[in-house]
Structure formats: C-alpha cells, structure tokens
Design a binder for this molecule. Structure first.
Ligand SMILES: [Cu+2]
Length: 225
C-alpha cells in the first residue's frame, strides 16, 4: 500500500481517484469544492467529498464527515490577525485566494491530510508541509517541519528524517486556472499541540542529503485548529 500520495493533476482527492477509478466521474463533478463551499456548509461538503472517495476495500484514505478531525476553510490575507491563512507573497498566493485543509484519522493509527488551493499562481509547483508553529507575521514563525521521529540535528536535512514518511509533505502543481490539491497519509498521529500549521513553499520539496525537506521560500501559511 502506498502510504503517501501526491495529487499532481489538480482535484482534491486525485490519489483516491487513482485507487478507485470508478468514483472519478463523481469526483470530477465535485472538483471545484471551494466554489461550492461558498454555497454549502463546509463540513457537510467535505464529508460528501471524502465519503464519495470511499470505494470498497480501499477506504484507508477516506473519511466521512463524522471522522474528519478538523477542517479549515479560509482565504489568504496579508495580515495574519485577519485570517487563518496568511500570504507572504501575494504575487504567488494572492490575498483573497481560498484554501482548504482537512485532517482525518487513517487506519491503522495514521492521519490523512489534504490541501486544496485556488486562484493562486497557475501552472507552477508549490511545496507544502506540516510545520510545528502557528502562522505569524514573519514566515519563520511557523518553525520547522513537524517530524514524527525528531532529527537530533536541526535544521534537518538528513533524508533519514526529512522524508514524506516522517513528515507531512503536500507538494502540488497548480492547473491553468491556479487550482491545485495534494493528499498525504502518514502512519502516525502528531503529538498533541506540536503540529500547528501548513506552510506553502516556493517549489517542490528536495530529497537529496543536505537539502532534504527544503522547498524554498515560505510563500503562505495556514493555521490548524
Ligand atoms: Cu515547510
């Protein structure tokens, strides 16, 4: 079983589509969720989206509304006091662009994260990770990546620790309309209070020794509940 999946072609739950192609038509119908979210209650829609992703035996990355641990729907703002989502680079992540993050339990004992952004810079790569600190006025406020097994050497650039099994990586590539999605499932649950944000970075995450986990400048940040 692939425990980590990236959605590289847009759409909120493409990795699940890859697992169960029979739900693809449903998913494509539901793909612009943030536009629908302006019309429908967020939790109900996310539940519907995620529930629609469940398909027979491959339900390890799906969740119903009841199973969602948290969901954040926000619009980026240049002032972190005004929103749960802050942009540090409005040319790439404009103020007003919507973002959705969901967190859900995944069997056995794991966690599934999804990230969906819209109206950001089209047709480009972004990196994204789970970070320890809350978003603040300074991009550095979100602190380092959350690691399940903490690298004794910080900042961590050792692929033995800075990898998508030990951290949560949500790299994505936006489509021509500026929308993009990613999903990642890890086999663990973060320690209480130690994982507080998703940071969106300049480019996809590097994996080579000395650079592993790095994805360039911090462009934006989303606070988790
Ligand atoms: Cu990061």
């Amino acid at each position: 079983m692939s425990i980590l999946t990236f959605a590289r072609c847009g759409g909120p739950i493409l990795s699940t589509v890859a697992i169960c192609p029979t739900v693809a038509p449903i998913v494509e119908f539901l793909v612009p969720p943030l536009r629908l979210l302006r019309l429908f209650p967020a939790t109900a829609l996310a539940g519907a989206l995620l529930a629609s992703a469940g398909c027979g035996g491959n339900t390890d990355t799906s969740a119903t509304a009841d199973e969602l641990e948290s969901i954040v729907n926000a619009e980026f703002n240049e002032d972190p006091a005004e929103s749960d989502a802050v942009t540090y680079d409005p040319s790439a992540v404009p103020a007003g662009a919507p973002v959705q993050v969901t967190v859900a339990p995944a069997d056995p004992g794991g966690t599934t994260y999804t990230l969906h952004i819209e109206d950001v810079e089209p047709a480009r790569d972004f990196g994204a990770h789970l970070h320890t600190g809350a978003c603040g006025p300074d991009p550095a406020d979100a602190g380092p990546h959350y690691q399940n097994s903490l690298d004794p050497v910080q900042p961590s650039t050792d692929p033995a620790y800075a990898n998508p099994d030990n951290e949560v990586w949500l790299d994505l590539t936006t489509d021509d309309d500026g929308a993009g999605s990613a999903e990642a499932t890890v086999r663990w649950t973060p320690r209480e209070g130690e994982a507080n944000s998703i940071v969106i970075h300049e480019h996809h995450t590097m994996t080579d020794p000395g650079h592993a986990g790095h994805a360039g400048d911090r462009l934006a940040c989303v606070d988790l509940p």
